[in-house]
Structures are given as C-alpha cells and as structure tokens.
Design a protein around this ligand. Structure first.
Ligand code: ADP
Ligand code: MG
Length: 250
C-alpha cells in the first residue's frame, strides 16, 4: 500500500537518504526511530514532495501512484497528512479559513457552516483547546503544545488516511502528551488510518502502541520488527544497531 523503493535524496549537494527502502502495512501504526540528523524529517518532507529536496533515484508508491511525480497539493488530495516537528505560524489566515477552504475544495461544494462550527467546537473541547482557537491565525502566538493540538484539530477536520507524526512529543508537557496521544488513539480506533510515528522516546510508544518499529541510521532502515525494538533502544541506545560501515551515532 505504501512502498518506498531505492530512494536516494539530496539537498544542497548533500546525500541525505541513501538507497532507502520501507514498506508500510495499510491501517497499521508504524514507529520510525533513529538518531538526530539521520533523515527522518527529510523522509516526511520528501513524501509530501517538498521542492527543497531532490529525488535523485527511486520511487514512493502510495496506492500505485508515485508521489515523487505528484505536486504537494495532489498528494494532500490523496489524504496524506503530516504533523510537523515544529509547526510554522501563518499570519493572516485563521484555522477556520484554512479548513473551510480545504474542505470545500475537497468536496467541490460549499460547506455547511453550522455543522462545520459544531464539529470544530467539539474537537476543541476534546483537545482541551479554547474554542476561540478556531478563529485564531494559524499557530500565531501559540506555545509548542498549543501548536501540536491545533494541528490535531486540522487532522480531525481533514480526516486523512495516511498520517506522519514527526516528533509530536517534542515540547509537550506530561498532561498535553496524554491528551495528544489519547486523541490520536481515538482517531485510529475510528478511522484506521496508516500512521508513521517518528519519536526518540519509548514513552510515546507506550501511549500509542505501534505494531511495527523501524530503525533508521545514516539515511537507511537498518532493522524492522515489533515494539520490542523500541525497548532495546531505550536500554542499549542506537549503537545496538551499528552495522559495519555506519558511524557511531547515538
Ligand atoms: P532527523 O529528522 O532524522 O533528525 P533531518 O531529516 O532533519 O534529520 O536531517 C538529516 C540531515 O540532512 C541533517 O544533516 C540535516 O542537516 C540535513 N538537511 C536536512 N534538510 C536539509 C536541507 N533542506 N538542506 C541541506 N541539508 C539538509
Ligand atoms: Mg527530525
């Protein structure tokens, strides 16, 4: 369903992903772990076809489409969604404006404002976000935790089928982490999307339990297995996966 084959990616004349291969099972939760600077965020950006990155070789197949040949808008239309490590602020555009536009574009019809508002309010309540966030400019003046919750509001409204969570736990306090994890678990139980969770911390994987764990080092997957791989990393660090030819990243 989601297959990355022999993907080599460069930015600024530097090779970041190097003959990268990964298969994801539809409707499963996958975790991707790896040291800083190994190319995890790059992978997410390339999946969304960020023009900063040059795909030198390989393909990203999603339901038989090659995403490397599609525009970011078309990829979003395939219901692929990313929650960034550091969500950016967009001045002058409110959450409601963005979501209204995206939803009416998707359905090709004007949306029902009453239902739209009702749904937004219910999601804010569940996320422990003030309802006034609906009409706030996207992430402007928001704390790290508020930004992550605000992106989750987008997720619930847009109902994606493939979700990348890039270090969603960074910058969250314990309470916010619980709310966020619970919200994702609830979304998963309701819609069964495919999820790729990127994290350094086993704590998050205790809250959102992955079926598969993949370890990435120096631009490649070096091991795939079940959740016990995450425990191994917690106990031994990434050096447990050092294979010949790779450095000593931890
Ligand atoms: P991770 O998310 O695993 O910590 P990144 O994907 O952010 O790693 O980065 C992997 C490597 O690629 C790092 O060395 C980073 O500096 C480099 N890199 C990422 N994006 C760019 C870019 N747009 N231009 C140049 N180098 C980049
Ligand atoms: Mg990263």
């Amino acid at each position: 369903m989601f297959q990355i084959k022999n993907l080599t990616v460069e930015a600024d004349h530097k090779k970041i992903l190097n003959d990268f291969n990964l298969d994801l099972q539809e409707g499963a939760i996958h975790a991707l772990m790896g040291p800083n600077g190994t190319g995890k965020s790059t992978l997410c950006r390339v999946i969304l076809h960020d023009p900063e990155y040059n795909v030198a070789k390989g393909e990203i197949l999603y339901h038989d489409h090659d995403l490397t040949k599609m525009t970011t808008t078309a990829i979003a239309g395939e219901k692929i969604f990313m929650l960034c490590q550091s969500p950016i602020a967009i001045e002058g555009v409110t959450n409601a404006e963005l979501l209204r536009t995206a939803l009416s574009e998707k359905s090709g019809q004007p949306i029902n404002i009453f239902q739209f508002n009702q749904k937004m309010e219910a999601i804010c309540d569940k996320l422990d976000l003030p309802r006034e966030f609906i009409h706030r400019e996207i992430n402007v003046g928001m704390s790290g935790g508020e930004r992550k919750k605000s992106e989750l509001l987008h997720l619930w409204m847009l109902e994606p089928e493939f979700i990348m969570l890039d270090e969603i736990d960074s910058g969250l306090d314990v309470d916010a982490l619980k709310v966020v994890a619970q919200s994702i678990n609830e979304y998963y139980a309701q819609f069964h999307p495919t999820i790729l969770i990127i994290t350094h911390h086993n704590k998050l994987l205790e809250l959102i339990k992955p079926e598969y764990v993949h370890i990435m080092m120096e631009g490649k997957i070096v091991a795939s297995g079940d959740a016990s791989l995450a425990t191994k990393i917690e106990n031994e660090g990434f050096k447990a996966f050092n294979i010949s030819g790779l450095g000593n990243n931890e």
